[in-house]
Design a protein around this ligand. Sequence first.
Ligand code: AMP
Ligand code: GLY
Length: 427
Amino acid sequence: MNNISQNSKLKTQILIIGSGGREHAIGWKFAEDFKQKGQDLELFFIPGNGGTAQIGTNVSVSSIEDMKDFAKENKIDLTFVGPEAELSEGIVDIFQKENLKVFGPHKSAAQLEASKAFAKDFMDKYGVKTAKYKNFQGPMLAIDYLKEQEYPIVVKASGLAAGKGVIICQDFEEAKQAVLEIMEDKTFGDAGNEVVIEEYLEGFEASILSFFNGKKIVPFVPAKDHKKIGEGETGLNTGGMGVIAPNPLFTEEHFKMFEEEIMEPTKCGLIKEGLEFSGVIFFGLMITTKGVYLLEYNLRMGDPETQTTLPLLENDLFEVVDKTIKGEDFELSFKNQHACCVVMVSGGYPGNYDKGFEIRGLENVTCPNFIAGAMLSGDEMVTSGGRVINIVGLGNTLDEAREKAYENIKKVHFDYEYYRNDIGVIQ
Ligand code: AMP
Ligand code: GLY
């Protein structure tokens, strides 16, 4: 493999794994901080996208072994891993074996995201507040169990299913079908070898990202995701159509409950199980009249929560990540502002959509904006995915942040573009 970087080590070199808006935003934050410090930075992305190509170098290798060789040969100072797939395949263990500095959970801890059954057993064992549940490795017992339950109920494929393996069922027949689709038809492949059947919780959701240094979990400002394709939270689930932060529905009291009944027991559990790592814990929460419940852990930054919260983060990202990796103490501080991220997608998403359309008007955008699914073709940025661009408005109020985002998204166009007009509208 060739040595791309010719420089001496006066410059910090960071490698970011992933190809979405999240990775563009992580690179952007590093770049902003280094600019402010007046220090040199060189960014590499594997594989990156059209946006990351404008702030760094995209590198095309696909196996984790090749990524490790690239990091070694180019004397990368830090590798930041975006997506869950590489984390659950053990990229952190492989990099650390070579003494490479890497931010993310070990394969063992990444199971908290990669296996919902494992995560639920962990929550149960350590008293993390979560919906009542039972895990099943075959359809017969699962269906027997469903006969005696109250409805609605939630059936989940245990493994990684790109956010699609969760089915809310209104009655026994629907739940039985869900189990058969997941376990026999294998709609989500091997992710459906085990199912979690779980109590349905009614409320509103919040996402809290955090950094963990192996001893202490430090939370980000709480965010609110908008997962459905249609306005008013209707239609199919997507990877995320927009996020606002802070989450205006999440009160101080909710935060206290989260800290005491979810964050602290999670930390104790991770330490007791010997699962300490330096990286991200993303808490997917449901807030009901009975309190704050944990729906799921992700062991990575959220998308588009990252694009929304990093522009509010006041700390130097490299410094915090470095402290986290060294197990040192740190605090996070966030601007006393609001952020509203609106996602522009290809028409047809989350179903089938066409790509290859030129994106026009990006140069007129005056707020942070990240490429999620587009690539450079010569000088042109062309669509290459479902979620295409993230536009992030910032303001002193949520209304100001929303206005900024929508004023700017109107300047960007591509054929069959679509976005929701109600991101940040609180019903
Ligand atoms: P998960 O991947 O487990 O976070 O689930 C994806 C989405 O399904 C969540 O963001 C919720 O909207 C919904 N969901 C998951 N579990 C439950 C539950 N127990 N009750 C109600 N909705 C749920
Ligand atoms: N926005 C939710 C996620 O990243 O999983």
